[in-house]
Design a protein around this ligand. Structure first.
Ligand SMILES: Nc1ncnc2c1ncn2[C@@H]1O[C@H](COP(=O)(O)OP(=O)(O)OP(=O)(O)O)[C@@H](O)[C@H]1O
Length: 513
């Protein structure tokens, strides 16, 4: 089987016409899979030490979200280092990153045909195409020349897409082109290919380059903090600090000093001068998380800083000029809070010059597979496994759930199910794990019994170490309390008899924040 001129022309047309880069890439891999008779094909971008799928054909849905660290995937590492196409021997010992991820694969992907085409921009590796087929002889008739031609076409298209992305960022006046490589790091990347996430990304791009205050709205766990980080990274303040302050975690007595600082002797216990978050954020961004919980008295002081751009440390008559961009976030309905007299209308108007709405996960369920893949790959690394995947029915079960805790809840559900699936294996050495539906315990809202009604009577399936079981209970209990208190952390802390700061620390440790 040689690649006819018609096929190469078809591929060339696919990647030079079409609507978006994503469409073109999807068409490229579809065409390659069809004409080269592959069972799976993928186009990957090389970022730092990761290969990130841009388009796949014939692979499980969650592959789209998996960020493959090359050090963990010997075939990908071989492709990254080769400098030219790699034909893996059909009986190669090197584990295939897609093992278990090609639907209808049957048993392990041992003997099969596999080719990797590294894609270059000059000397620099920018991506790869991978081709897999169950029939070990499937690619024997493909000449190296044809494959290199395919690689060259794909590389030109990928190079073009990366360049356009860079130019778009530059034309928005942002500093994104100067971003360090970790701009794609897992902590800041906002994953999602649904239209609502595309729109959000465009809004982030549009506002990041301005110096406007931004109010990020969305339910708990939707990714508001990630949005704030992206705004900072895409702004001209990227080389300045990004300072985080959780307004709900601040006891009222120390909040003012945290924000504005104090001078020595300003109050009992003020034994030294101390700068506040505003000063620390000078020339950068101050992210005020859970702004809805900020006490009214401090709201007035915050407004003053926003109006005049200067801060006064407690106990100091002098004002200091600061150059700080404010990004605030809340999961509360601030208009309701204004009506209830808990939030100042003037501060709201000042902050909400550019509101960004982060959609709940239930409104973007088409991203579920991709997000699962992303968290599965993290769990796989953490547990030191060669392969970790979901049974075919899992995704449809996860789609039926409404995810009140949004992406954070999904992240925890995947990590927990992964640990359970690993623990359930008889063979302690096994490094291939399949997660089944039973390993997800998704509790519909309101369906969780109160502890009083179950005390001493509930039966447990004691598979987890006590520490993990205790943490799971704490997570569920706090989550329930949050739902009942309408996501008001301060009220939740009161109900649980905890100091708000302690509740926030516990929530962070449990990964609830
Ligand atoms: N689109 C996304 N892509 C990748 N990870 C995400 C995405 N959205 C959220 N996450 C992950 O989910 C978790 C919760 O996100 P984040 O803390 O940004 O939510 P939040 O809306 O600020 O929550 P809260 O209101 O409770 O503070 C984090 O681990 C974050 O990395």
């Amino acid at each position: 089987m040689a690649l006819s001129q018609t096929v190469l022309t078809r591929i060339a047309l696919d990647i030079t016409s079409g609507l978006s880069h994503r469409d073109r890439f999807a068409r490229l891999v579809d065409t390659v899979k069809l004409h080269l008779l592959c069972d799976a094909a993928a186009l990957l971008e090389f970022r730092g030490q990761h290969f990130v799928p841009l388009a796949t054909a014939g692979l499980a849905e969650d592959v789209a979200g998996r960020h493959f660290v090359i050090g963990d995937h010997p075939r990908l590492e071989a492709i990254a280092r080769a400098g030219d196409l790699v034909r893996f021997p059909a009986d190669s010992d090197l584990a295939d990153p897609y093992d278990g991820l090609i639907p209808n694969q049957g048993e392990q992907l041992r003997v099969h045909a596999c080719i990797g085409l590294p894609l270059f921009d000059g000397e620099q590796l920018i991506g790869a195409i991978t081709l897999d087929a169950f029939d070990p002889a499937r690619f024997d008739g493909l000449s190296d020349l044809d494959l290199r031609a395919l690689g060259a076409l794909a590389a030109a298209s990928l190079k073009n897409a990366l360049l356009i992305a860079k130019l778009e960022q530059l034309s928005l006046g942002s500093m994104a082109s100067a971003l360090p490589d970790n701009s794609h790091s897992k902590h800041t990347e906002l994953l999602g290919q649904t239209q609502v996430m595309e729109t959000l990304r465009q809004e982030i791009q549009a506002v990041a380059a301005t110096d406007l205050s931004v109010l990020i709205l969305g339910e708990t766990g939707t990714g508001k903090e990630l949005v704030a980080r992206q705004l900072h990274q895409l702004s001209r303040r990227v080389n300045g600090p990004l300072v985080y302050l959780n307004c709900a975690a601040l006891p009222e007595s120390v909040a003012e000093s945290e924000l504005f600082g104090h001078v020595k002797g300003a109050f009992t216990g003020a034994i030294n001068h101390r700068s506040g978050k505003f000063e620390s954020a000078d020339k950068g961004t101050l992210f005020l998380d859970e702004i809805g919980e900020l006490p009214l008295g401090l709201q007035a002081k915050l407004l003053r800083v926003l109006q005049y751009g200067d801060v006064q440390r407690i106990g100091d008559d002098r004002s200091l000029k600061v150059d700080v961009r404010i990004i605030a976030a809340t999961n509360r309905d601030l208009k309701q809070e204004i009506l209830a007299g808990r939030f100042r209308a003037d501060l709201y108007h000042r902050l909400s010059v550019f509101p960004l709405h982060v959609p709940p996960l239930r409104d973007r369920l088409d991203d579920l597979g991709l997000l699962c893949g992303y968290f599965l790959e993290q769990s796989r690394q953490r547990l030191g496994l060669t392969q970790l995947r979901l049974s075919p029915s899992c995704l449809s079960k996860l789609r039926q759930y409404d995810w009140p805790g949004n992406v954070r809840e999904l992240e925890h559900a995947i990590h927990r199910a992964s640990a359970l699936a690993r623990a359930a294996l008889k063979d302690a050495e096994a490094d291939t794990v399949l997660i089944t539906e039973a390993q997800f315990e998704l509790t519909p809202q309101g369906a969780m019994a109160s502890p009083q009604s179950t005390q001493g009577t509930q039966e447990f399936n004691c598979q987890l170490p006590l520490k993990q079981a205790l943490e799971d209970f704490q997570t569920h209990y706090i989550n329930q309390c949050l739902v009942q208190e309408d996501h008001n952390w301060a009220a939740c802390a009161r109900r649980l008899g905890l100091d708000p700061g302690n509740l926030h620390r516990l929530a962070r440790r449990l990964g609830l924040k």
